[in-house]
Design a protein around this ligand. Sequence first.
Ligand code: KIV
Ligand code: NA
Length: 270
Amino acid sequence: RQKRLTPADIAALKGNRPVVSLTAYTTPMARLLDPHCDFLLVGDSLGMVLYGMDTTVGVTMEMMIAHGQAVMRGVSRACVIIDMPFGSYQESKEQAFRSAARIMKETGCDGVKLEGGAEMAETVAFLVDRGVPVLGHVGLMPQQVNTAGGYRSKGHSDKEAEKIRRDARAIDEAGAFAMVIEGTVEPLAREISAAVSATTIGIGASPACDGQILVSDDMLGLFNDFKPRFVKHYAELAEVISKAAADYAGEVRARTFPGPEHTFQPRPKS
Ligand code: KIV
Ligand code: NA
């Protein structure tokens, strides 16, 4: 049995080779992505991508745990990190530990991700000191959509850039093994990647980040409700699925499906 990568392995890849990551929410997708990725993220983006929610704010612990268990059944090599959902960690470091421990115990995953900068640094240190590997997430933080007034890229003003710089430093010093930098102006993401010791994982950030992540359903052209600038389609699966459904519908209506090869004939009587 192959050994899976650990958060320590992901940390050690910094300065070595780029870290490859995608989101996964289900067993079959985890199986397909596992050979190609260093880590798979069970992102709370699943609320929007799988459940049709407008934001990630409504995602629950139960949803993250169910999908985390599904992904764990599909991996043999990639490290698996699970997003802490909105409301499961912001109240206190104790609440955060309770939620993180539950996620790790019930799924067997390798670590958790939480959004936040300087305001979450004490929580990150509390978790790491107690055995929970933490992936940070700075820059554009989707769980803060309601206070940020939408999904806009970050770091354009000096003030905003300085805040993100401070956030990244705080999460780094708190002991996060890596941090996602999302929707952040390229030169700043590049600068942070050089400045922090944690492995930086870019999404809408910079090719100079230590690794990259995308939402699988976005890069596969499966979730097309909207397409942020940072998404690149490596396939057009929505078109493939629509065509398959249309072909099936046509054959059912024409009674050409099922064919003789799909039906059972009575066995000859002896
Ligand atoms: O929820 C998610 O998929 C994420 C990644 C895009 C980083 O947080
Ligand atoms: Na997320």
